[in-house]
Design a protein around this ligand. Structure first.
Ligand SMILES: Nc1ncnc2c1ncn2[C@@H]1O[C@H](COP(=O)(O)OP(=O)(O)O)[C@@H](O)[C@H]1O
Ligand SMILES: [Mg+2]
Length: 469
């Protein structure tokens, strides 16, 4: 490389020297021809002028070469290094201009890669899965949500290899084939748990640098669908629960107006049953109303100071007649420290009455329901931030009954969920008690845990944050 360069240098130097000393040579040649100068002196004169020119030109050629090398190395992305130094003003200006061009270019490309990095981060932080597809359904880019959903690297794969829904593939083909610019469809992913998505397929204007022409956006509808179903189920269940006693009431009214009109014995019996059914309906309506009221307030924090010791004793007192009818007792042992929480007294009373009511209803005759309240040393792992932030009270309601089979535990707080519907109805239950409990606990930023051993009994534990001192 250096050898090649020095040959070029020498050739250029000779060429430039010859060119520049040419006019002097011609003059000397003319003088020699006309006999006014000896040819030897003319030759010596020309050689001297050529040497002079060569000595003058050489440093400039060297500078030009050094600059060419410097610019070449810059354009190959090499380190800038010091610019070739010299005192030629024109060259110095050129070097300065090239240097500032390079600085500008470096700054722009740094800005560009920074903005590309941000775009990537932005895409990766979108909660919805996003895929960029090239013709042939090939994935050229996928954000983090998409990789998480399909559990693998997607770039370079055919969409149909991991998403086989015919409707969606058809929509993608339509947009890729330019017979549509955008399409929307719904599809379900059966594994690992069934999930429903809406998919939007949009044609991009032009093509991305990696060949993408189509954007596929997925949005998870599972939670919304589940809510819709729960709402519909709830209305159906509530209507059913109300219709049963209503049908019984209408039936008895008809009987009393017709065949049993003058039968005094039957009338007394029927009126008794009608009273029971009416009671059941009013309990149901009352429970439905409290549920909706608590739900409405669920996001606002209650603000009163409530002494749970007193409240638990009152609840036990209210349930005493029911317990006595089954020869049961309720013992309340509050902790050494006063158990004071921030709450809504009526809701908290309802919460513990519902739990004690269940304990008495589902407890065996002659047993004891134990209610304890104390400071909790630890909180369960499911506890929220409110319970992790400070002291916590633990209120335990323990009964000796049949207990609850393990598979029912996670669903007990669902509305109208009952282990044995007939038994619950016979005992005057609405199936809403624990749903109400769950909502009250949520509103108080607490936690409800249920443990049960079949044949031994059940333990319902309520964790509530202590009121600030
Ligand atoms: N202490 C308990 N022991 C056994 N089963 C219980 C207990 N508490 C609740 N359950 C079960 O949970 C179901 C739901 O309780 P709840 O919502 O209070 O409705 P209800 O008491 O009106 O039936 C009950 O039907 C019962 O099957
Ligand atoms: Mg109940």
């Amino acid at each position: 490389m250096t050898g090649g360069q020095s040959t070029i240098n020498t050739t250029r130097l000779v060429a430039v020297t010859l060119l520049l000393s040419g006019p002097a040579g011609i003059v000397l040649l003319g003088l020699a021809a006309s006999g006014r100068l000896a040819p030897l002196w003319a030759g010596i004169g020309w050689a001297a002028s050529a040497l002079g020119v060569a000595l003058l030109v050489r440093p400039h050629l060297d500078s030009l070469n050094a600059m060419a090398r410097w610019i070449r190395s810059l354009s190959h992305g090499g380190e800038a290094g010091p610019p070739p130094g010299h005192d030629d003003t024109a060259l110095a200006e050129t070097v300065a201009a090239v240097g500032s061009l390079r600085r500008l270019w470096l700054q722009k490309s740094a800005e560009l890669s920074e903005s590309a990095r941000w775009n990537e981060t932005l895409l990766d932080n979108l909660p919805d899965p996003l895929l960029l597809l090239a013709p042939g359904r090939r994935v050229v880019r996928a954000n983090q949500a998409a990789r998480r959903l399909f559990g693998r690297e997607l770039s370079g794969r055919d969409l149909a290899a991991f998403l086989r829904d015919p409707g969606l593939l058809e929509a993608v083909e339509a947009v890729l084939g330019a017979s549509a610019t955008a399409r929307e469809c719904e599809f379900t992913l059966p594994v690992p748990v069934e999930r429903t998505f809406t998919a939007r397929v949009d044609a991009l204007e032009g093509q991305s640098s990696d060949g993408g022409t189509l954007l596929l956006t997925l949005h998870d509808l599972t939670a919304i669908k589940r809510m819709e179903r729960m709402r519909a189920d709830f209305v159906a269940n509530a209507s059913h629960e109300l219709r049963t006693p209503l049908a019984a009431l209408s039936g008895f009214i008809e009987t009393l107006q017709g065949p049993a009109h003058d039968d005094e014995e039957a009338r007394d019996k029927f009126l008794g049953i009608m009273g029971e059914q009416a009671g059941r309906m009013s309990r149901l309506v009352a429970d439905l109303l409290s549920l909706s009221r608590i739900e409405l307030n669920e996001h606002t924090l209650p603000s009163e100071r409530v002494d749970l010791g007193r409240l638990l004793a009152t609840a036990a007192e209210v349930l005493k007649p029911l317990a006595q009818a089954k020869a049961m007792t309720i013992t309340v042992s509050p902790g050494a420290t006063p158990v004071v929480v921030t709450g809504q007294p009526d809701e908290l009373a309802q919460l513990f009455q519902n739990l004690m009511d269940n304990a008495v209803k589902y407890g065996r005759d002659g047993t004891t329901v134990e209610v304890t309240a104390a400071t909790a040393e630890t909180v369960p792992s499911a506890a929220g931030t409110a319970l992790r932030g400070g002291p916590v009270f633990r209120i335990v309601i323990r009964d000796r009954g049949e207990g609850i089979a393990r598979q029912h535990l996670p669903r007990l707080t669902e509305r109208f969920y009952r282990v044995d519907t007939a038994r619950s109805r016979k005992m005057g239950g609405t199936g809403l008690g624990l749903a109400i409990v769950k909502h009250i606990v949520n509103r108080h930023r607490g936690l409800l845990t249920i443990d049960s051993e079949e044949g031994e009994g059940s333990t319902f534990t309520v964790w509530l944050p202590a009121a600030p001192q």
